[in-house]
Design a protein around this ligand. Structure first.
Ligand code: NAD
Ligand code: IPM
Ligand code: MG
Length: 357
């Protein structure tokens, strides 16, 4: 069955890392006869420069028609001064909300070969395998009202709204419980229920859902404690479920446990399992254009695409095994470099994964 893949390289290191992931996808497409068809489009700053719009209609249309999307990253200092509606990040947020990609899966797995690249002691992180389930289309990112207003006495006030409906919480809760059922059967819901009403309700709904999943052990943790526990004893976690902003922050923190943000892939799914796949990191303007970015998070995102949207588990595992093999060979981009490693460029890392396939 033919499937359409939309490539959205975006900005900064986006085009460099997507190019490597595209090669890997094309190779498994041939090897496993997957019948994948590729097209690309502009998003973020690249789309702003060309069409004065971070999410042109053409890109959104192609996104709606695609079975899956692979995105690099958006944003950069060039566009930082623009008003909020015109920022590259709006392109990404617009794709997430228009395609209703509410379930963001961010797996933090430590490859044993990278134990020494983590900033934590090897015994704290060895064997680490956490799945963060982040709600992606609600919460403070999308709540209304929002803006910057002038108060009567002349001072300006910036404001955002943190809101979740019951149904939004229930649907991400179900994804999290089902994910836990397929893994270690432990779910930790992270909130700030000691301060914020929206998360008091979040906690109630998670408790309510627990009755439908009696085999899953549900615990709750305040987000400040969760941030601390993630660096103190990260292996206590199996699946974490949380809202949009807490998930954004905790997933960057979890990334560093694995050695580098350049290793953390993600899947953003809607209820039809249509998905957008992207590394958790950004466009890394500080290293863009130098050919040194780590493409593995994007390559591993392509593996997640095969698993979650295309039902091609064997091809997904082939990519993951190839990544493990290049790490075994000691190949390291600068961000995961260690004393005994062999330093490689973005392209060399991509080529090595291709050969390992
Ligand atoms: N999904 C996305 O598109 C996304 C995600 C996060 C940030 N952003 C945007 O990216 C821009 C830069 O944001 P930031 O600097 O806060 O975060 P960032 O993730 O881009 O970079 C943080 C640090 O990690 C390094 N890094 C990131 N990815 C790497 C990789 N693959 N290999 C090696 N090193 C890597 C960078 O060099 C930098 O030092 C901003 O415009 C931001 O809005 C986009
Ligand atoms: C770029 C930004 C809008 C985005 C987010 O905050 O969700 C990014 O940080 C991420 O983690 O994907
Ligand atoms: Mg983020």
């Amino acid at each position: 069955m033919p499937r359409n893949i939309l490539l959205l390289p975006g900005d900064g290191i986006g085009p460099e890392i997507v190019a490597e992931a595209e090669k890997v996808l094309r190779k498994v497409n041939d090897d496993f006869k997957l019948d994948l068809h590729f097209e690309s489009a502009l998003v973020g700053g690249a789309a702003l420069d060309e069409h004065d719009d971070p999410l042109p209609d053409e890109t959104l249309d192609k996104g709606r028609k695609a079975d899956a999307i692979l995105l690099g990253a958006v944003g950069g200092p060039k566009w930082d001064g623009l008003p909020m509606a015109k920022r590259p990040e709006k392109g990404l947020l617009g794709l997430r909300s228009n395609l209703e990609l509410f379930a963001n899966l961010r797996p933090a797995i430590l490859y044993p070969q990278l134990a020494s690249a983590s900033s934590l002691k090897p015994e704290v992180v060895s064997g680490l395998d956490i799945m963060i389930v982040r709600e992606l289309t609600g919460g403070i990112y999308f709540g209304q009202p929002r803006g910057i207003r002038n108060l009567e006495h002349g001072e300006r006030q910036g404001y955002n709204t943190y809101a979740y409906t019951e149904s939004e919480i229930r649907r991400i809760g179900r994804v999290a419980f089902e994910t836990a059922q397929q893994r270690g059967k432990k779910l930790c819901s992270v909130d700030k229920a000691n301060v914020l009403e929206v998360t008091v309700m979040w906690r109630e709904i998670m408790e309510d859902l627990k009755r439908e999943y009696p085999d899953v052990e549900l615990t709750h943790m305040y987000v400040d404690n969760a941030a601390m526990q993630l660096v103190r004893a990260p292996k206590q976690f199996d699946v974490i479920v949380t809202g949009n902003m807490f998930g954004d922050i905790l997933s960057d923190e979890a990334a560093m446990l694995t050695g580098s943000i350049g290793m953390l892939p993600s899947a953003s799914l809607n209820s039809d399992k249509q998905g957008m796949y992207e590394p958790c990191h950004g466009s890394a303007p500080d290293i863009a254009g130098q050919g040194i970015a780590n493409p593995l998070a994007t390559i591993l995102s392509a593996a997640m695409m095969l698993r979650y949207s295309l039902d091609e588990e064997e091809a997904a595992q082939a990519i993951e095994a190839a990544v493990s093999k290049v790490l075994d060979q000691g190949l390291r981009t600068a961000d995961i470099m260690s004393e005994d490693g062999k330093k490689v460029s973005t392209r060399e890392m991509g080529e090595a994964v291709l050969s390992a396939l």
